[in-house]
Design a binder for this molecule. Structure first.
Ligand SMILES: Nc1ncnc2c1ncn2[C@@H]1O[C@H](COP(=O)(O)OP(=O)(O)OP(=O)(O)O)[C@@H](O)[C@H]1O
Length: 235
């Protein structure tokens, strides 16, 4: 589904991502692990079209999206949930969700169907559809930004640190929901600091350090063979 080859991202003289390569197969859930500053968010932002690559290529289902704008990337079938968890605070939950369907705005019937499916997946959001998004709890806002990304009907979803700053019980729910999305056939790249939980749901994982991939394999291989604390905590 997604092929990233020799991707590099720089901020002026800072080389945040150094020629990394990885693939996501159809229906796979791959976790991207690494300490603060390892280059995970820069990788995600670049794939999403929000940052320009300084080298390498990104292809989605065989289509080159390396230089695509964020909207073109979404239209190509890839949606992103950034770690900033931004909702439109004064708009209702329902209005926030409809903004996620921007690229399908002429397909109202399709959007209603999709909304119904999402209401089943996120009953708490359905109960709060008329509530201002800014008044939701942190966990509910996380659910909302994920649901909003799904309104674009992506085939690939990038999730940047969905568990960040949330209480353990809520994190548990978020991970259950990620597993449900995987079962529905969605291809997912999950950036996480929460190593154990990320490996528990992943088919494969890779670890970044100082902009490079330093370990990769099945979740089981990463758990058992890598010196995770050295790679992960070493920054
Ligand atoms: N806008 C920016 N300008 C300059 N340097 C940046 C910018 N954004 C990130 N960096 C640098 O790029 C490197 C990679 O940062 P990035 O946010 O991609 O890491 P990360 O693995 O996602 O970390 P975190 O888990 O803290 O979000 C860091 O050294 C960071 O300081």
């Amino acid at each position: 589904m997604l092929d990233v080859t020799d991707l590099s991202v720089s901020y002026g003289a800072i080389r945040a991502v150094r020629s990394i390569s990885f693939t996501l197969g159809k229906g796979e859930l791959v976790s991207l692990l690494g300490a603060n500053g390892a280059g995970k968010s820069s990788t995600i932002k670049c794939i999403a079209g929000a940052l320009k690559a300084s080298g390498g290529t990104i292809t989605l289902e065989g289509k080159d999206i390396t230089a695509a704008s964020p909207e073109q990337v979404v239209r190509a079938g890839l949606a992103t949930v950034p770690e900033t968890r931004d909702v439109f605070p004064d708009l209702t939950v329902a209005e926030n969700l409809m903004l996620g369907a921007y690229i399908h705005r002429r397909d109202q019937a399709g959007n209603r169907d999709n909304l119904e499916k999402l209401n089943t997946l996120f009953p708490r959001l359905a109960e709060r559809s008329k509530q201002a998004a800014g008044t939701l709890s942190g966990g509910e806002q996380q659910m909302l930004v994920i649901a909003r990304a799904l309104m674009a009907r992506p085939r690939v979803l990038l999730l940047d640190e969905p568990s960040l700053g949330l209480a353990p019980a809520i994190v548990e729910r978020i991970f259950e929901m990620i597993e449900t999305l995987k079962k529905s056939g969605l291809t997912i790249l999950l950036v996480e600091q929460n190593v154990n939980q990320a490996l528990a749901v992943a088919d494969r994982a890779f670890v970044m350090r100082l902009g490079a991939i330093v370990a990769s394999g099945t979740a089981e291989e990463i758990r058992s063979t890598s010196d995770l604390s050295a790679h992960y905590l070493g920054g």
